[in-house]
Design a protein around this ligand. Structure first.
Ligand SMILES: N[C@@H](CCC(=O)N[C@@H](CS)C(=O)NCC(=O)O)C(=O)O
Length: 227
């Protein structure tokens, strides 16, 4: 692991290089890399210091956000869900990306729902100012509306787990569960947090117990469980 201060984003031919920041959308990719047991490079940025907005980083990821993944062939990709899908496919021995067509279809559904619906609403809850600027009353209205949409997402996820669990695809852990746990970490701020739903709490307990998750928390210097 490299905790770079020089912020030169090197390629490491033959290895994955994840550029992230503690506790952020890079968590799921980081957990998959750790589960792989293969050597990888990790650079943790200081978001408060604006390291995600430097010219060197913007050349990798024009959004100025983490995570970014540099692949062993030096391809650079952004978007946490895309990186998650790439890594889950890259390490088939982990079984995080299902082989069976029905399971694969559900896996695609949940990952897209998580990033496109739940994560998108959560960002509006957490950062309404990015949409409506400094008008406080409007910010409050957007955040309240987004919180309701997030809670509807949690209800859908909890119901799916009750019917099919303990994981989103049934008996087998997939990358979609790891992605869900990452969003649940942030969503603990919601008025009705994920742990208010017993099926979600049970899933989070299972994921917190994974050795790779504990190691990632240590590397990112995060105290307590993932979610
Ligand atoms: N849709 C992007 C969102 C990434 C994102 O919002 N990252 C946050 C951390 S979780 C970030 O980099 N924030 C710093 C900033 O916006 O300047 C993804 O899923 O990769």
């Amino acid at each position: 692991m490299e905790n770079s201060t020089s912020r030169v984003f090197e390629d490491f031919p033959g290895q994955y290089h994840l550029i992230s920041a503690p506790g952020t959308a890079g968590l799921t990719p980081h957990i998959i890399l750790q589960m792989s047991g293969q050597p990888y490079q990790l650079t943790l940025l200081n978001l408060r210091a604006g390291e995600q907005k430097t010219p060197a980083y913007l050349r990798l990821n024009p959004n100025g956000r983490v995570p970014t993944l540099i692949l062993p062939d030096e391809t650079k990709i952004f978007e946490a869900a895309a990186i998650t899908m790439v890594l889950a496919r890259a390490f088939p021995e982990l079984g995080l990306c299902p082989d069976l067509p029905d399971d694969r279809a559900l896996y695609d559904q949940w990952l897209v729902f998580l990033t496109n619906t739940f994560q998108a609403y959560y960002m509006l809850f957490r950062h309404p100012e990015r949409l409506v600027g400094e008008n406080t009353a409007t910010q409050v209205a957007v955040a309240q509306g987004a919180a309701k949409r997030c809670e509807a997402c949690l209800q859908i996820l909890a119901k799916a787990l009750e019917q099919k669990g303990p994981y989103l695809l049934g008996e087998k852990l997939s990358a979609a569960d790891l992605y869900l746990a990452m969003i649940c970490r942030w969503a603990a701020r919601l008025p009705q947090p994920p742990r208010a739903f017993p099926a979600l709490a049970a899933l989070l307990d299972r994921i917190n117990a994974l050795p790779a998750v504990r190691e990632v928390l240590l590397q990112e210097q995060i105290e307590g469980p993932l979610a």
